[in-house]
Design a protein around this ligand. Structure first.
Ligand SMILES: [Zn+2]
Length: 478
């Protein structure tokens, strides 16, 4: 054998070996790709996402297709071809995994017909099995699709509601609703099943003091699939005029109240400037405190813990009322404006503070601008707040009764003198306590509507309970 033939023989042997290895490897791969629906679903609507992961451990992915099939018609949601490195490469394809997230019914070319659709996902790899087609994987999943919103029907329209005031609405909502309630502007007031009447729901809502009286009050429901129902509630909103007050900020107040408060509060810092320091407290800390109150409201118990009218601190003088508009002046200049959301009630120093109604203490601690504070949860998003206390007589988790002493008045936090700051909140929105101190208002605007919606007949199996006469706090725990 001469040198040339030897060279060809070796070259041929290498090519043959390479082909043999490729064939061995490609035919050797008998494992199809693995298709996984990362977030499996059996129900879908306009916004339901499809999250897909496909993986092939052997020769790599060649093709993935995602189809929807309904009434024998097929619609392609995705089709992906993966290019091999070379037809004869031993490894097939380097792409061995594929991820896809899409919202199937976002695609306008797919008809939105209710009923069952079948999601068909196929994938194949670069194996030479199946006459060079590759190993196929296929999953089929039946999905019930829905494009209709939940149904809503108002059963008892609320009485006229004041700006800064509250109201109740009773309605029917279909079973497919996952979240429902009243929305006013940006604020959502959740709904709850109404134990006073089967198959009905209710929401307590507040008309925020700073929204225009023309802002619509909406009843809304979502089914969690992207179908949304919304209808305007026919309710008269009574505009209110708030008082205006000017408050002079002195250096004595900055040094004696503001700076110590900053020192007690890690989330704000002393900026070494009287006006900046005042704003840190009156603005930044005020907002953070309000945000915390909103967050706390979501843990409110879904039951009526309260009973009848709320009580105003006994023997108290009103020093500031709900939504007084305050202009703060320092050195003659207006440096801030805020609404005073609550009542300032004064009696004598360290006066015993009474719980305004039955409930459960959900906060008893130093709390931002409010100083030593107690918050009582009365259920269904209604909470009362007692601020600037000099001492506590209740702790978190305590079940308290109307009139029970929970602490003593003081001037902790942002306060210039000994008084009780009392706030009522509904789902974190400050509301006018005047309404809730008035037994007739409570009866006509809250208890009445819930009860009045009860049918006069056909409902004798479940005894109706008058919310006014609720005696029990059903053994709550912290
Ligand atoms: Zn106050």
């Amino acid at each position: 054998m001469n040198k040339k033939s030897l060279f060809y023989a070796i070259a041929l042997a290498i090519v043959a070996f390479y082909l043999a290895m490729t064939a061995f490897y490609r035919w050797g791969d008998g494992t199809p790709p693995q298709i996984t629906l990362v977030e499996p679903f059996t129900q879908a609507g306009p916004t339901t996402p499809l999250v897909l992961h496909v993986e092939d451990a052997g020769t790599g992915l060649q093709e993935v297709t995602v189809n929807l099939v309904q009434n024998l018609e097929s619609y392609t949601l995705a089709q992906e071809q993966f290019v091999a490195q070379s037809p004869l490469s031993i490894g097939g394809n380097a792409d061995n995994s594929y991820d896809l997230t899409l919202i199937p019914f976002d695609d306008d070319t797919i008809p939105k017909r209710r009923g069952l659709v079948t999601l068909v996902i196929t994938a194949r790899d670069y194996s030479w099995r199946g006459f060079f087609e590759g190993n196929w994987a296929r999953i089929e999943q039946d999905v019930a699709v829905k494009f209709t919103p939940p149904r809503l029907e108002v059963l008892s329209a609320p009485l006229p509601v004041s700006q800064g005031g509250a109201g109740a609405v009773v309605y029917r909502v279909s079973d497919d609703a996952q979240r429902y309630g009243v929305r006013i502007g940006e604020t959502f007031f959740p709904g709850y099943p109404n134990s006073e009447r089967a198959f009905s729901a209710f929401s307590l809502f507040a008309f925020p003091h700073d929204l225009s009286a023309s802002t619509p009050v909406l009843l809304v429901a979502d089914d969690g699939l992207g179908n949304h129902a919304e209808q305007r509630i026919d309710v008269t909103v009574l505009p209110r005029k708030w008082r205006s007050r000017t408050i002079m900020i002195s250096d004595r107040f900055i040094d004696g109240t503001i700076r110590p408060l900053i020192a007690q509060t890690p989330e704000i810092e002393d900026l070494d400037d009287p006006v900046q320091n005042f704003l840190q407290v009156n603005n930044v800390l005020r907002q953070r405190t309000a945000d915390r109150l909103t967050a706390m409201a979501s843990d409110s118990r879904p039951e009526f813990l309260w009973n009848g009218a709320f009580i105003q601190l006994s023997n108290s003088q009103v020093e500031a009322a709900f939504a007084d508009h305050r202009e703060y002046r320092y050195d003659g200049n207006v440096v801030d404006t805020q609404y005073h959301l609550g009542f300032d009630l004064a009696v004598t120093k360290r006066y015993p503070v009474e719980a305004a109604n039955d409930g459960i203490v959900v906060l008893a601690e130093f709390f931002g601008i409010y100083g030593n504070t107690i918050v009582i949860d009365h259920g269904y998003g209604l909470q009362s707040l007692y601020a600037h206390l000099s001492s506590f007589a209740a702790e978190k988790g305590d079940v308290v009764r109307k009139g029970q002493i929970i602490g003593r008045s003081g001037m902790t936090g942002l306060a210039a003198g000994d008084h009780l700051h009392f706030s009522l909140l509904l789902h974190g929105v400050q509301i006018n306590p005047m309404e809730w101190w008035d037994g007739q208002w409570v009866q006509s605007h809250v208890n009445g509507p819930l009860h009045r919606a009860s049918p006069r007949t056909n409902d004798t199996a479940t005894p109706k309970r008058d919310p006014q006469n609720r005696q029990d706090i059903s053994s709550p725990s912290p």
